[in-house]
Structure formats: structure tokens, C-alpha cells
Design a protein around this ligand. Structure first.
Ligand code: TMP
Length: 211
């Protein structure tokens, strides 16, 4: 079972992923937690380049190919080996982030990005994608406060530094893309308390556990 979590910055993905891991473990499922960018050994280097404030001069295309390289290595060395062993894999972001951020956000063609993703994932698509939906004004406030508290504003702050317009396009892009892939996307209202948000996610996990 391969589950991915998506959403704009500050939606509480980390908290909900932890709850999902604990819940699946309580049901006897062995889970691997991973992320993009940065899930593989190579990916950790790519993450520090991609998110660092010094990388503000990356072109849209350069950024795209770095995310795709991160994904190809992540799928081949982390996701597939775990799925092959019958483990449940939960990824904090995956291919949909590229379509939404580089496509709807930066203006590259979402259809082309989907095709490039097909190459990078080589057939390994998530069974379930949870989209945490939130007003970007709230999300960004939360994300900036978190980066400041963790002293990560420089190392990981490049996307948070984008204008509010960009974040609004990302939110709308996610909702559009989720509507086009409603077979695997489940949209959750992330404005509620963490327990209330997880109460929306749990039935979707249960549906898979019952299969
Ligand atoms: P996060 O791990 O803290 O969510 O940060 C990852 C950032 O990278 C986030 O702003 C979204 C962005 N991103 C893309 O632009 N394209 C991608 O394909 C992925 C995986 C992430």
C-alpha cells in the first residue's frame, strides 16, 4: 500500500503523517515513512539545493529536472524495495507536487509534467493520495513561524518566500488536479484541529485496510 500526502506549506502534513503511521502500525502494518525531495541518499543533497534560499536563481526547468532526478532515485531505491517487501509506504509529497508547483505554480505544462513523472515513477503510482486543503494565508503564516522556530528560514525557506499569488495558484492547482484524479485523491479540510483532520483521513485508510 502506497500512500502520499500533498498540500501547500503549513497544512500540518507532518502531524497527520505521524498519526497515519501510528494508526497503521496499530493495525499491524509495517510502514516506511519517506519524503520528497530528500527520500534517498542522493535526494538529501538535492533537497538542500532545492530548498535553500541561495537557489533562487534556478530556472524553472532546472528545478524540474532536479525534482525528477530526486523522484527517480527515490522510487528505485526506497519506495519500490519497501513495497516489494509488503511494507506500507507513506511519502510526504510525491509526483503530484511537481505537476502542481512546477506546473500550476511556475507555468510549465501540467500534461508534459505528468508524462515526465511517468518516466520517473516507472509505474509506481500511489494507491491513495490525501490532499490537505487549506487557505494559503493560514498555511503560510504557520510555515513561516515553524521555519523561524526551527531556524530553517535560510536552508528550507525558498518556497515560503514566494509571493501569496504563487501559493494561491498552488492551492487551486491542487484542487484542479485532485478533481482530474479523483480515483486516488481524497481532499481533507486541514483548517480543523489535528484530531478532527485525522478523523477525516482515517476512513480512507480503513477503506484500504479492508481491501
Ligand atoms: P516540504 O518538504 O517542507 O513540504 O518542502 C518541499 C518544497 O518543495 C515545497 O515547497 C514544495 C516543493 N516541491 C516542488 O516544488 N516540486 C516537487 O516535485 C516537490 C516534491 C516539492
Amino acid at each position: 500500500m502506497f500512500v502520499t500526502f500533498e498540500g501547500i506549506e503549513g497544512t500540518g502534513k507532518t502531524t497527520q503523517i505521524k498519526k497515519a503511521m501510528d494508526y497503521l502500525a496499530s493495525k499491524g502494518r509495517e510502514c516506511v515513512l519517506t519524503l520528497e525531495p530528500g527520500g534517498s541518499r542522493l535526494g538529501q543533497h538535492l533537497r538542500s539545493i532545492l530548498l535553500h534560499m541561495e537557489s533562487r536563481d534556478l530556472t524553472g526547468e532546472t528545478e524540474l529536472f532536479l525534482y525528477l532526478a530526486d523522484r527517480a532515485q527515490h522510487v528505485a531505491t526506497v519506495v519500490c524495495p519497501a513495497l516489494d517487501k509488503g511494507k506500507c509506504v507513506i511519502s510526504d509529497r510525491f509526483a503530484d507536487s511537481t505537476v502542481v508547483y512546477q506546473g500550476y505554480g511556475r507555468g510549465l505544462d501540467p500534461k508534459l509534467l505528468h508524462q515526465l513523472n511517468e518516466v520517473a515513477v516507472a509505474g509506481t503510482w500511489p494507491d491513495l493520495t490525501i490532499l490537505l486543503d487549506l487557505d494559503p494565508e493560514i498555511g503560510l503564516r504557520r510555515a513561516l513561524a515553524r521555519n523561524a522556530a526551527e531556524c530553517k528560514s535560510r536552508e528550507e525557506g525558498r518556497f515560503e518566500a514566494e509571493a501569496m499569488d504563487f501559493h494561491k495558484r498552488i492551492r487551486e492547482g491542487y484542487l484542479t488536479w485532485a478533481g482530474l484524479h479523483h480515483d486516488r485523491f481524497r481532499v481533507v479540510d486541514a483548517a480543523q484541529t489535528p484530531d478532527e483532520v485525522f478523523a477525516q483521513i482515517k476512513p480512507h485508510l480503513d477503506a484500504f485496510l479492508e481491501k
